[in-house]
Ligand binder design. Structure first.
Ligand code: OAD
Length: 234
């Protein structure tokens, strides 16, 4: 029998229990580091060293972090469903937990790319785990300064079309740990088949008024995923 298609849309809350800061909660990253400085192309051109250091520090934090129970249960869903994970997270915790089909909407922290043409696949490189830093003077294949492979505010989201295609096929849609503040990611729900049930896991209220069929599991990622498993897998 063909497995049902289950699509997960995850955000920073997915990795909170792994010790990685969210963005908009109190004490979140954007409270301590102004977005315009560290997450826009203009910020990078103004002060590239500051931006490189910011992401070098994020990488160090990621290497010390481990997937949490929530990530592991998302990976386990593959035993029962045809799963695609669409994540806004730039960490690799879904992959490290065992998920095999992950679309990164906002880039990947462990990769670097050309600052002339961030989407040029030929220039995207994986950073070594033992020393995952980008320094001023490190060059991409096209001769430009290497930069973090992160989709910054104001930039195109090249993986969005792939994410839409998966969302359109979803029999079940699960949203975990995102405030749904950032577009186009937050607009993915508009591509869902109307009859498909949606499960939303978040300890806080999230505005999903425009979405039908939502079951709200008001819990953190690990506890919420346990509850979801008990609802989906009889
Ligand atoms: P936000 O920081 O906006 O939202 C995090 C969500 O996670 C909130 O709804 C929290 O209530 C929830 N949360 C907190 N702890 C949780 C836990 N233990 N389990 C489950 N949920 C929890 O983060 P995102 O929505 O992911 O983009 O932000 C979207 C994008 O904005 C990010 O990808 C990033 C940022 O600017 C870039 O850096 C390009």
């Amino acid at each position: 029998m063909k497995m049902k298609k289950l699509v997960v849309l995850s955000g920073a809350g997915m990795s909170a229990e792994s010790g990685i800061s969210t963005f908009r909660d109190s004490g979140g990253l954007w409270e301590n580091y102004p977005v315009e400085q560290v997450a826009t192309p203009e910020g990078f051109y103004r002060n590239p060293a500051l931006v490189l250091n910011f992401y070098n520090a994020r990488r160090k934090e990621l290497i010390g972090a481990k997937p949490n129970e929530g990530h592991k249960l998302v990976a386990e869903l593959e035993k029962h469903f045809d799963v695609t994970v669409i994540t806004q997270n730039v960490d690799n915790l879904h992959e490290r937990a065992g998920s095999t089909n992950v679309i990164h909407l906002h880039g990947e922290l462990m990769k670097a790319c050309s600052s002339r043409n961030p989407d040029d696949r030929k220039c995207i490189v994986e950073l070594p785990e033992h020393n995952p830093v980008i320094k001023i003077g490190d060059k991409a294949k096209d001769g430009s300064q290497l930069r973090p492979f992160i989709v910054w505010f104001g930039e195109a989201v090249p993986m969005f079309d792939a994410a839409v295609k998966e969302t359109e096929k979803a029999d079940i849609f699960v949203i975990i740990g995102t405030s749904l503040n950032v577009y186009p990611a937050a607009g993915l729900v508009n591509y869902l088949p109307q009859e498909s049930p949606v499960y939303l896991i978040d300890p806080k209220d999230v505005d999903v008024k425009s979405v039908h069929n939502v079951t709200f599991i008001k819990k953190g990622a690990s506890e919420g995923m346990k509850e979801l498993m008990s609802l989906l897998i009889k």
